[in-house]
Design a protein around this ligand. Sequence first.
Ligand code: HPA
Length: 267
Amino acid sequence: MSDADTLARLIRTRAGDAPVTLGLILGSGLGHIAQQVEGVAIPYADLPGFPHVGVSGHNPNLHVGTLEGVRVAVFGAREHYYESGNPRAMLLPLQVLKALGADSLILTNAAGSMRPDIPPGNVMLLSDHINYSGLNPLIGEKTDARFVPMTDAHDPALRAALKAAAKAEGIELPEGVYCWYSGPSFETPAEIRMLKLLGGDAVGMSTVPEVILARFLGLRVAAISTITNMAAGMSDEKISHEHTKAMAPLGAAKLERILREFLRSRK
Ligand code: HPA
């Protein structure tokens, strides 16, 4: 039995046998959404091999239960590449998600905007991404399954459903291209000018490795950024992790309404 199957079994003994249909990974300052899942919260520390998440503003628990009547597994925190230099850190959690029965994954993150028309407090749906880090979590995989196509990696049907949910809630949900920058230092203004030239709309330190891993596992994926700041050099505000945490709740309220409506529409 694989490690993921063993962990899925352990999780079922605590959360019940009903299969999970959807996974959700929460980004900086968004962890509270997990508290609303009706079910159990299992600390990552109880799940051998799960990441040791050391970023403040994150909630290192796996919440399994129902949200808007849909059986979900919500990851209250992720391990970022910049924590230990491991782009595969979220592989086991995603394998467990799959073993619990999920076929889809919604990722969320906090990001800096490179688009003046998408200021802080807004949410942005990822139409696509640029893996600017040059890292790949599938390096070292041995089978041909590693050659994962990334066309439509951000699933058109899931994106349409999220857009419809936003519309039903009266929330604007522009689409844009997310650039993964490894962090943990923020970008320089010159780097942001470059990323804009390359076609980026938002920049952040997560999500892309998980999209690649999830596609590798055959999960359908969509991702939403909450915009916490204008990217470096685009406004006078100081960029900091404190600021990210302070600003995340603005977009989080919108994100939560979109996710709830999206789940209601899936019932
Ligand atoms: N850059 C990278 N990551 C981020 C930012 C940013 O401006 N804001 C929130 N996460």
